[in-house]
Design a binder for this molecule. Structure first.
Ligand code: ZN
Length: 130
C-alpha cells in the first residue's frame, strides 16, 4: 500500500499526521516545563517556551463532554454518531468521535482506536473501555 499523503499541507501539524500514519497519537510536550498540548502551536501555552517536542500519547482518556450528531454534515460520517471532548491522560483535550457498541457517558474511560480512510492517514477516535 502506498504511503498515505499528509493532508492539509500544514507544517505544524505534519508530525501529527506522520504519527497517525503509524497509528501513533502524537501531542506536543514542552521541554521547558513538561506540559503537553494539542493542537500544536509554535510555543508552549503554559510557559511560552519555543522548545517543544512530540510524544506518543498513551491513548487513554476520560470523556469530558459528548453529543450525538443526528444530521449528516459530512459525507464520510453517517449519523447517528457521537462527537466528544476527551481529556487525554497526558492533559490535552481533544475533539474526537466515540465509536463502538458500548455507549459512553461523561466521565467514562475511553481508549484510542483508529478510523481508516481511503488515501489519507487514519483518524484518532475513541471507544469506551470495559
Ligand atoms: Zn512550557
Amino acid at each position: 500500500m502506498a504511503e498515505a499523503e499528509i493532508p492539509y499541507g500544514d507544517a505544524l501539524m505534519a508530525p501529527f499526521w506522520e504519527g497517525a500514519s503509524k497509528r501513533e497519537l502524537r501531542v506536543q510536550r514542552c521541554l521547558g516545563c513538561g506540559e503537553h498540548q494539542f493542537y500544536p502551536r509554535p510555543f508552549c501555552l503554559a510557559c511560552g517556551s519555543g522548545s517543544l517536542t512530540w510524544i506518543v500519547s498513551s491513548g487513554r482518556a476520560t470523556v469530558y463532554s459528548l453529543t450525538t450528531v443526528r444530521r449528516a454534515i459530512a459525507p464520510e460520517w453517517t449519523p447517528p454518531y457521537v462527537v466528544a471532548l476527551v481529556d487525554l491522560d497526558e492533559g490535552p483535550r481533544l475533539t474526537t468521535v466515540i465509536v463502538g457498541e458500548k455507549p459512553a457517558s461523561i466521565g467514562d474511560r475511553v481508549r484510542l482506536a483508529w478510523r481508516e480512510r481511503e488515501g489519507l492517514p487514519p483518524l484518532p477516535v475513541f471507544e469506551r473501555e470495559e
